[in-house]
Design a protein around this ligand. Structure first.
Ligand code: NAD
Length: 260
């Protein structure tokens, strides 16, 4: 009996934060992982950490707002790791501004990274998966802000609502190829992104360092801060054969902030 083929995942925005947690978890699950980030140094660092833990990983820098870069990322993954079975389009940016202050440049960048990045990764991954003919799983980062419009984060919320739309349309279009498309919606995770949100909210709410984060964290029913590992364990499930019958979903993993 031949050994089962090693599955291969790409994780974008995996140089730090939630993406790093997902990359390390998928590697621990036995997948070979292409660690990608706009920052080549942090991507290499995550890949080295996985390798040091006995996993198989490579690193490739890519700006997900650049469609060609997403296709080059998938091509490099197939060349270096032998295929692609899972795409985790995790990379994203946030910006704290009221709707009255958002500029055309702000909106363009937000949509280019958070929505364009997910679409280009989906396109590149799906094209390769269809060619390989063994199905696949496409998993993208939405947010609780993709289920409720958050004040001071309106254009960010709009991009995350958009990820849910792409997830549902992608699930319908790609099912015929055995490809599932799902999203994950974290709550308040203590990463560099939240440090930036905390500082931005401070300017509006008059709160000091860490105070906005603490105020928002008090909404968590489970009563403890969310970690990247809490998100990664859900993504691990979505990437596994156990989730073969799930598609078009955007599951909330937030410790019980948004209950819908
Ligand atoms: P983070 O800012 O800590 O890390 C994001 C990573 O993405 C960084 O390594 C950064 O270099 C990379 N990145 C940024 N722009 C990129 C681009 N154009 N191309 C490629 N890589 C790029 O953020 P995080 O908290 O780990 O968030 C990860 C994802 O989860 C994001 O999509 C975010 O919107 C989403 N999310 C985060 C939270 C939270 O509370 N932290 C909550 C809900 C959803």
């Amino acid at each position: 009996m031949s050994a089962p083929q090693e599955r291969v995942a790409v994780v974008t925005g995996a140089g730090r934060g939630i993406g790093e947690g997902i990359a390390r978890r998928l590697a621990a699950d036995g997948l070979a992982v292409m660690v990608s980030d706009i920052d080549a140094d942090t991507a290499a660092r995550t890949a080295e950490a996985i390798t040091a833990d006995g996993g198989r990983a490579a690193a490739h820098a890519a700006d997900v707002s650049d469609r060609d870069a997403c296709f080059a990322l998938v091509a490099a993954t197939r060349e270096q790791l032998g295929g692609i079975d899972v795409m985790v389009a995790n990379a994203g940016i946030a910006q704290v501004k009221t709707l009255l202050e958002v500029t055309p440049d702000d909106l363009q960048r937000m949509l280019a990274v958070n929505l364009g990045g997910v679409l280009w990764c989906l396109q590149a991954a799906a094209e390769a998966m269809i060619e390989q003919g063994r199905g696949g799983k496409i998993i993208s980062a939405s947010s609780i802000a993709g289920h409720q419009g958050f004040d001071h984060l309106g254009h960010y919320s709009a991009s995350k609502f958009g990820v849910r739309a792409l997830t549902q349309a992608g699930a319908k279009e790609l099912a015929q190829h055995g490809i599932t498309v799902n999203a994950y919606c974290p709550g308040i995770v203590d990463t560099t992104m939240w440090e930036e949100i905390d500082a931005g909210l401070g300017g509006y709410l008059g709160t000091g360092k860490g105070e906005a984060f603490t105020q928002y964290s008090q909404l968590i029913a489970l009563g403890r801060p969310q970690t990247a590992q809490d998100v990664a364990s859900y993504v691990s499930y979505l990437a596994s054969p156990d989730a073969d019958y799930m598609t078009g979903q955007a599951g909330i993993v937030d410790g019980g902030i948004v209950m819908i």
